[in-house]
Design a protein around this ligand. Structure first.
Ligand code: MN
Length: 357
C-alpha cells in the first residue's frame, strides 16, 4: 500500500516540505478546491498542482474529491451538462496521471458534525457528532457551528455561499427518497464509468458520514449491503469504493475488517481512509486518536485485513485530533495525522515481520 496525506493546496497551513518529512510517506491526496462544483477542472491548474507536489518528491495519484453537482443527485434535466463537465474533468485528470478519484453522493451536506472542537480529557480537541443536539438544530445552525469552529478556514462542502441555496435545495429534496437517489446515482455511473475506463481511472465513492439520514435527507452509502448494491449498479472494475473506517464505523453492524476482506476479494477498494471513533450512544460519537485503545475500532485488525487482501492502493490517516497547540483546519492538522501514519507504519512492519518468522 502507498501511504498518503491529504493536502488542501497552497492555502493549507501545512507546507508540503513538512509532509515530505513524515517517515514512509509516498504522496499526497489533493484537489482543486477553488473550482465551483460542476465546472471542468482546467488542465493548466492541474499541471501546476502536480508539479508543485512532485517538486517535493511526493506522488500525486489520488484526487479527493471531484464533487458531484446537486443537479445530478436530484436527477434534474440540467444534470447532463454537469455530467459532461465531469467526464471532461476525468479526461484532464487522466492526462496528468491521476489513477483514483474519490467522490460522494450525499445530498446537500458533505460530512456533518455538531462540534468541531470537543475537548477530550487530555485537552486535545476532536470533531464529534451528537444526534440529540442535531435534533434541535436547523441546517443554518450547522453552518454557524462550522464557521465558528473552523479557525478561519473555509471547509470544503461548507462554503458560506451555499447557505443561500439551502432552503431551495431542501425544497427540491422533498421529492427525493432513497430509491430516487439510487436511480440518480445509477444514471451518473452509467455515464461516468465508461469514461473512467478509457481514462484508466478508478472511481471510489466515499461512504456517507455519518452513515444515516440527517434532516430527513436520504443517505444510501452506509453499510455492506448498500456498498454491494453500489458496485453492482454498473459492473466494472473501475466502479469501486473509498473504504473509510471512521465514516462506516459508527454503525455497529459495520464490521470494518470484514468489509475490507469482502470488498477486497472483489477488488473494489480503490482508496482507504483509516481513523478511529468512539460511540457515545447509537447515533452519537466522537473522533479519537488512531490508537485502537482510544476508540471502538481495532486498527491492528484493519491493517491486517488490508495486508491479507494485498492492498496496493493509496491509504491515508483520516481526521486527527488537534494537539500540541496547533491551530488549523479541524481534523486536518499535521501532528496527529503524522502520528497516525507512524502508527500504521509500525503495525505494518510488525505484520510483515511476524509473517516471515
Ligand atoms: Mn473518510
Amino acid at each position: 500500500m502507498k501511504m498518503t496525506f491529504r493536502w488542501y493546496g497552497k492555502d493549507d497551513k501545512i507546507p508540503l516540505r513538512y509532509i515530505a518529512q513524515i517517515p514512509g510517506i509516498d504522496g499526497v491526496v489533493a484537489s482543486l478546491i477553488d473550482i465551483p462544483v460542476g465546472e471542468v477542472w482546467p488542465i493548466s491548474e492541474l499541471i501546476k498542482l502536480k508539479d508543485c507536489i512532485n517538486s517535493y518528491s511526493l506522488n500525486f495519484e489520488v484526487i479527493e474529491s471531484v464533487n458531484v453537482h446537486e443537479s445530478i443527485k436530484l436527477g434534474e434535466k440540467s444534470r447532463d451538462k454537469y455530467i459532461e463537465n465531469y467526464k471532461q474533468t476525468l479526461k484532464n485528470l487522466s492526462n496528468i496521471g491521476i489513477k483514483t478519484v474519490c467522490y460522494n453522493f450525499m445530498p446537500i451536506f458533505d460530512w456533518t458534525r455538531t462540534n468541531l472542537a470537543k475537548p477530550l480529557s487530555d485537552k486535545s480537541t476532536v470533531l464529534s457528532f451528537d444526534y440529540d443536539m442535531l435534533k434541535d438544530l436547523e441546517p443554518n445552525d450547522l453552518f454557524d457551528i462550522v464557521k465558528n469552529g473552523s479557525a478561519d478556514v473555509v471547509l470544503p462542502g461548507w462554503e458560506l455561499d451555499r447557505l443561500n441555496e439551502i432552503e431551495e435545495l431542501f425544497q427540491k429534496y422533498k421529492n427525493i427518497n432513497e430509491e430516487n437517489l439510487w436511480s440518480n446515482l445509477k444514471y451518473f455511473l452509467q455515464e461516468i464509468i465508461p469514461v473512467a475506463q478509457e481514462c484508466d481511472i478508478n472511481m471510489a465513492i466515499h461512504p456517507d458520514d455519518p452513515p444515516w439520514s440527517i434532516f430527513g435527507l436520504p443517505r444510501i452509502i452506509t453499510c455492506k449491503e448498500n456498498l454491494q448494491r453500489l458496485v453492482d449498479l454498473v459492473d466494472s472494475p473501475r466502479n469501486g469504493i473509498t473504504l473509510c473506517s471512521g465514516s462506516l464505523g459508527p454503525r455497529k453492524d459495520n464490521d470494518i475488517p470484514d468489509l475490507i476482506r469482502y470488498f477486497g476479494a472483489q477488488n473494489k477498494i480503490h482508496f482507504a481512509h483509516v481513523r478511529n471513533i468512539k460511540s457515545t450512544n447509537t447515533y452519537s460519537f466522537y473522533e479519537t486518536a488512531h490508537l485502537s485503545d482510544e476508540g471502538n475500532l481495532d486498527i491492528y485488525e484493519i491493517m491486517k485485513a488490508y495486508d491479507d487482501i494485498g492492498f496496493k492502493g493509496c491509504i491515508r490517516p483520516d481526521h486527527g485530533r488537534m494537539i500540541w497547540g496547533e491551530v488549523g483546519m479541524p481534523g486536518y492538522g499535521l501532528y496527529d495525522r503524522a502520528l497516525g501514519i507512524a502508527y500504521f507504519n509500525g503495525i505494518n512492519e510488525a505484520i510483515k515481520k511476524a509473517k516471515n518468522v
